[in-house]
Design a protein around this ligand. Structure first.
Ligand SMILES: NC(=O)c1ccc[n+]([C@@H]2O[C@H](COP(=O)([O-])OP(=O)(O)OC[C@H]3O[C@@H](n4cnc5c(N)ncnc54)[C@H](OP(=O)(O)O)[C@@H]3O)[C@@H](O)[C@H]2O)c1
Length: 331
């Protein structure tokens, strides 16, 4: 698999990463044995960039990756994890904490669960309004200095937070939502990253599964599936939004490319500084997704896709307010 550089500090990863969240959290039933197969198969296919977080489970997803890491030599995998959310006894997220003391506690837990003595890329999961980003970055810089983490990332923050953070210690990666149906980062965030030489990792690159066209309606999903709360998946919005997927599908069919492959290839086509991390807990989906790296479409097809997404109006916000309130709105 081709490699891509993220940031200018030396981080290099496979052009496509693997989102591991759904293996333990958020998207319905989980199957540990199959997830371990996915992780192993990913490595065989050359996908070495695994994305997890302390809060996925909580803790379970890092523990799962720890099991997979045990079977492989540590340096074969680029492990990215995240700190900064806090939750109640029902495991419901109820705040953020990026204070230096909390970071020092979180890193020890993550290292232990992952069974490693260093994390390649350590992201702040969401900005903590109570802790100035400068204090958070200083604490992370200390972790770099002692070798517990190699590179620093941020997630879902705006341009001025990115600039303030980067002034304290180089940020290598920003991770935020970006896909055919969510291009909110294009106007201000992506240009800021490019100016500062920071790499970009799009999460939910296939619209949490919607852009595959394989979800018929919400009844296909379990009652406690996170997507039940998302406006874009509801009733009339679903019926409207699926038209985009059908049009993408018909463009892809001319070149023997599936909708999910178009969605991922389009992201890869946006620049060499972009590494999508599609999530799956199924080997056969992984095998479909990995082929997106080799998709080559003529310029006319890219133009057609661009025209389509620029004119198609997606219905429904990407997050309910209870989740959106954690996203940094700094300009
Ligand atoms: N920083 C953040 O705040 C944040 C937020 C969200 C996600 N993330 C990270 O980003 C990763 C990816 O995002 P995501 O998981 O939310 O969304 P996604 O990658 O857009 O979509 C994942 C969904 O698509 C399905 N899928 C994948 N490939 C498929 C295929 N070929 N055919 C049919 N269905 C397919 C998966 O099904 P199965 O699971 O059933 O295989 C899963 O339900 C996560 O795993 C997580 O690591 C980060």
């Amino acid at each position: 698999m081709q490699k891509r550089k993220l940031g200018t500090q030396g981080l290099e990863v496979s052009a496509l990463g693997l989102g591991c969240m759904g293996m333990s959290w958020a998207y319905g039933p989980t199957d540990e044995a199959e997830s371990l197969n996915v992780l192993q198969r990913a490595l065989t296919l050359g996908i070495n960039f695994w994305d997890t977080a302390e809060v996925y489970g909580p803790f379970k997803n890092e523990e799962l990756l720890g099991k997979a890491l045990k079977k492989n030599s540590r340096d074969k995998v680029i492990v990215a994890t995240k700190f900064g959310f806090i939750w109640n006894e029902k495991n419901e997220i109820n705040g953020t904490d990026s204070s230096p003391a909390h970071i020092r506690k979180s890193i020890e837990g993550s290292l232990k669960r992952l069974g490693t003595d260093y994390i390649d890329l350590y992201y702040q999961h969401r900005l903590d309004p109570k802790t100035p980003i400068e204090e958070t970055m200083q604490a992370l810089a200390e972790l770099v200095k002692v070798g517990k983490i190699r590179y620093i990332g941020l997630s879902e923050v705006g341009p001025s937070t990115i600039r303030r953070a980067h002034a304290v210690h180089p940020v290598s990666v920003l991770q935020s939502e970006y896909s055919l149906w969510d291009r909110g980062i294009e106007e201000k965030i992506l240009p800021t990253l490019r100016e500062l030489g920071i790499g970009f990792v799009p999460f939910s690159p296939i619209g949490r599964g919607f852009l595959t066209g394989k979800i018929a309606n919400l009844n296909d999903l379990e009652k406690d599936d996170f997507r039940q709360n998302l406006a874009r998946f509801q009733g009339e919005n679903f019926e409207h939004n699926i038209k985009l997927v059908k049009m993408v599908k018909s463009i892809g069919e001319k070149y023997n490319v599936t909708p999910v492959q178009v969605a991922l290839a389009w992201l890869l086509h946006q620049g060499n500084d972009i590494v999508p991390i599609p999530g799956t807990k199924h080997v056969h989906y992984l095998e479909e997704n990995v082929k997106s790296v080799d998709v080559k479409l003529p310029q006319a097809a890219w133009d057609e896709i661009q025209q389509l997404i620029s004119t198609f109006e997606i219905k429904g916000v990407r997050y309910p307010e209870s989740v959106m309130k954690f996203v940094d709105k700094s300009e």
